[in-house]
Ligand binder design. Structure first.
Ligand code: AMP
Length: 542
């Protein structure tokens, strides 16, 4: 027997419809690419998104066609998202920080028909435009006054383009499992892989994101997503914030400490989200200028492990920290670290211990850890295993890749190695390809990196496994010092000594001027392994 409830498909554009109707005057503030602060609201965004839909339809874009965006977080980008999805086209967010050849590869793989691009990235696209045969036209996300001279095919300024639509248009209705958006994983090895979100997965994910112990903002909050719309589905914020009528503050192209601080302060932001690098820049700027953020209540941090010293800095400022883990394939929220009752009264280091874990999942994500053979491992907080996940907003396949990516129980292998404790708190110890295998035991490179960056002279640290004749692999600590600071190999090892098991101690420390990163800001270990491939430990006697 089937339930007798209405068939009300979970469609992304209904979210902006809801925001326009019930929170129409709620502001969306942007530091525009052109420079000035721009103010609009959900009612206007909704109205203009309808014009985007109408314009795309007039240009011949149909259900299932891919429309790319290469853009910062702005109100126009948000309009484009909803306008593209509103006719059942697929909003493909392209990461502009990728190499131009990778951008071309991704656009070709997705077969994008239209590209909406910020003025910032027009020169990059001009260089690869002749390699993009699927693209019929480029829409530059600006007005006529700021439209650059460009050789891009059929280029038009966005404002001119939507001015041709009268907005007398109705959102379309289709099955909720229709594809809505796509995002390619940055992929440190092999070709990038396209993750294809559905309307249903995005809407369910926004419900998940909006639970109190996840992103949980309300109409009384002001949210600044530093995380770009082109990173991992913007952590779902482009959907979750309008669902709740949360005021949005979009940082545009300026993500440095001073610019982010200025917006957090002037717009009285209560809730913000981004990767550790961004918070490092913000905290440095605040410390150097003795600044405070009295309105800020919550910082969500994910994308890579949040260092303990950073968690402490925010906690000491009276700001709550929510360490989150997820991935593009998970829409992307997987887990968040909030303090459940047994832990809520903990203080000092004990409290930081829990906040530093990656946390536990909201309802809608299941997880398990297994050994290499797929056998489930115990949740004792000590045993490392491959972390596998399932849920309605977790990928079951990659776009145009004919391969099964799920195990026999329907779980996706995240490629991360983790422990889970008896309370369900998960702790990432490594990427499976980065974990250091020493004498048959595993050493967590992330734990060592976190510890090393706690040294006051260390700006960034990376640990890689180097072949060792006796132990198979041993850890090499690679350190970039803060400008103007000094520390020797011995200083750093002494600082780490006693804080970890003896056999986890790095066998050596190498100093570098810079640590390479991927386009999403993660340490590029493949490049470091390459750089140090001729290295051998001074004490490596068999
Ligand atoms: P992406 O799909 O680009 O967002 O990358 C996902 C990967 O980033 C995960 O599989 C993890 O390896 C890593 N990651 C994300 N959040 C965290 C975190 N809080 N701590 C450690 N690693 C993280």
């Amino acid at each position: 027997m089937r339930g007798l409830m209405q068939d009300w498909p979970l469609l992304c554009h209904r979210i902006i419809g809801h925001a326009a109707l019930f929170h129409g005057t709620q502001e969306v503030v942007t530091r525009s690419v052109e420079g000035p602060i721009h103010r609009t609201n959900y009612a206007e965004i909704h109205a203009r998104a309808l014009k985007v839909s109408q314009g795309l339809q007039r240009d011949g874009i149909k259900l299932g066609d891919r429309v790319a965006t290469i853009a910062w977080n702005t109100w126009r980008h948000l309009e484009a998202w909803y306008g593209i999805m509103g006719i059942g086209a697929i909003c493909h967010t392209v990461n502009p920080r990728l190499f131009p050849e990778q951008i071309a590869w991704i656009i070709n793989h997705a077969q994008d028909r239209v590209v909406m691009v910020d003025t910032t990235f027009v020169p990059v696209l001009e260089k690869i435009a002749d390699k993009l045969p699927s693209v019929d036209r480029f829409i530059v996300l600006t007005d006529r006054a700021h439209m650059p001279e460009t050789t891009l095919k059929n280029a038009v300024a966005y404002e001119d383009w939507i001015a041709q639509a009268d907005g007398d248009f109705a959102w379309q209705n289709f099955d909720e499992n229709t594809a809505a958006a796509m995002c390619y994983t940055s992929g440190t090895t092999g070709d990038p892989k396209g993750v294809l979100y559905s309307h249903r997965s995005n809407v369910l994910h926004s419900f998940m994101a909006n639970t109190k112990d996840a992103l949980g903002t309300s109409a009384a909050d002001t949210m600044l997503p530093v995380v770009p719309l082109f990173h991992a589905n913007s952590w779902g914020i482009a959907f979750s914030a309008p669902t709740m009528g949360t005021k949005l503050v979009m940082p545009g192209p300026k993500l440095d400490g001073a610019s982010v601080y200025e917006l957090l302060d002037t717009e009285k932001v209560t809730f913000t989200a981004g990767v550790p690098t961004v918070w490092l820049m913000l905290l440095n700027h605040m410390a150097a200028n003795n600044l405070k953020l009295p309105h800020l209540k919550m910082v969500v941090c994910g994308g890579s492990a949040m260092p303990r010293s950073m968690i402490k800095s925010f906690v000491d400022m009276g700001v709550q920290v929510r360490h989150a883990w997820g991935m593009t394939e998970m829409s992307p929220l997987g887990t968040l670290a909030t303090l459940k009752p047994p832990f809520s009264n903990l203080q000092g280091d004990d409290r930081l211990d829990v906040l530093q874990t990656q946390g536990y999942p909201p309802y809608g994500v299941q997880m398990k850890i297994t050994d290499d053979a797929g056998k489930e491992l115990p949740w004792d907080g000590k045993t490392f295993g491959r972390l596998k996940v399932s849920g309605p907003a977790v990928a079951k396949a990659y776009f145009r890749v004919d391969a099964n990516i799920l195990d026999e129980d329907g779980y996706f292998d995240t490629g991360d190695v983790a422990t889970i404790d008896p309370h369900g708190y998960m702790r990432i110890t490594d990427r499976s390809k980065d974990v250091i295998k020493s004498g048959g035991e595993w050493i967590s490179s992330i734990d060592l990196e976190n510890l090393a960056v706690g040294h006051p002279a260390v700006a960034e640290a990376a640990v890689i496994g180097i072949h060792h004749p006796k132990w198979d692999e041993r850890p090499l600590l690679i350190v970039q010092l803060k400008q103007g600071q000094n520390a020797s190999r011995e200083d750093i090892l002494k600082f780490m000594d006693g804080k970890i098991a003896k056999w986890w101690m790095p066998d050596d420390v190498a100093f570098v001027d810079g640590i390479p990163h991927t386009a999403t800001g993660k340490i590029l270990k493949t490049a470091l392994r390459d750089q140090f491939k001729a290295y051998s430990f001074p004490n490596a006697a068999a």
